[in-house]
Write a protein that binds this ligand. Structure first.
Ligand SMILES: O=C1O[C@H](COP(=O)(O)O)[C@@H](O)[C@H](O)[C@H]1O
Length: 227
């Protein structure tokens, strides 16, 4: 396997600063010809410092289309909503709400169709849970094998988390990989230990969604870690 690049930052601020510059550079490159840039960002806790830095980058945000990598099936203004996190931090971008239907199934179908029209994406930044989930692709969840399949068509699916809010929408791995730049943001020692086990291809990690990401993306994946 061609290994991902692993960037070990001294602290979360340094990590956020560098990632904001890398992402802004990718967006500017796609905006240069007068077109649009398309960006998918992780939700959860980890992106907060990065989002703050990214919001300070000078670029034509009105031409940047932004959506989360996954969403919790909660009201759009719920504190657990990934879109709400992006909306609060980057209101100047053109936000696409994953709630494109009345039911999770309808929304997954319609959001997936919208995202398919964005491919190839400019950049995708994923997060990872301590259980090895990425986006809302959780170890052992129903439908995981097809969500991770390397030859799947890019799509959005309805996922199930082991913790509340359990009902999720998530881009599948095939969609997440269709990007000019692919990154994974991870903080803390527990996640670093898990990542090292994944990079070493330890057998107990082979069922984890992050293992599929690392194997399929190889050297195209940048992993950014800070304590
Ligand atoms: O549930 C989720 O978790 C992951 C990881 O979140 P973090 O708080 O540990 O950084 C996140 O990447 C994903 O978007 C989110 O829905």
């Amino acid at each position: 396997m061609n290994s991902p690049s692993l960037y070990l930052h001294p602290d979360r601020d340094a990590c956020a600063n560098e990632l904001a510059q890398v992402l802004a550079g990718r967006l500017r490159a796609d905006l240069q010809d007068g077109g649009r840039a398309r960006l998918l960002l992780a939700g959860g806790q980890s992106p907060a410092p990065l989002l703050q830095r990214l919001a300070g980058e000078t670029l034509d945000w009105s031409r940047v289309e932004l959506s989360p990598t996954d969403e919790r099936w909660v009201a759009v203004d719920d504190a657990a909503s990934n879109l709400q996190l992006l909306r609060t931090a980057l209101p100047q971008a053109r936000l696409l709400d994953p709630r494109q239907g009345q039911t999770p199934e309808e929304a997954a179908q319609a959001w997936g169709e919208r995202l398919a029209g964005w491919l190839p994406l400019s950049a995708v930044l994923l997060g990872m849970g301590e259980d090895g989930h990425i986006a809302s692709l959780f170890p052992g969840m129903p439908g995981l094998a097809s969500a991770l399949a390397g030859d799947a068509a890019p799509a959005v699916l309805v996922g199930t988390a082991p913790v509340a809010p359990q009902l999720r929408l998530s881009a599948n791995l095939a969609l997440l990989r269709r990007s000019g730049w692919l990154g994974l943001l991870v903080f803390g020692s527990a996640k670093r230990e898990l990542l090292e086990a994944v990079l070493a291809d330890r057998p107990q990690t082979r069922r984890l969604p992050v293992h599929a990401l690392v194997r399929q993306a190889g050297s195209r994946l940048q992993i950014h870690w800070a304590p």
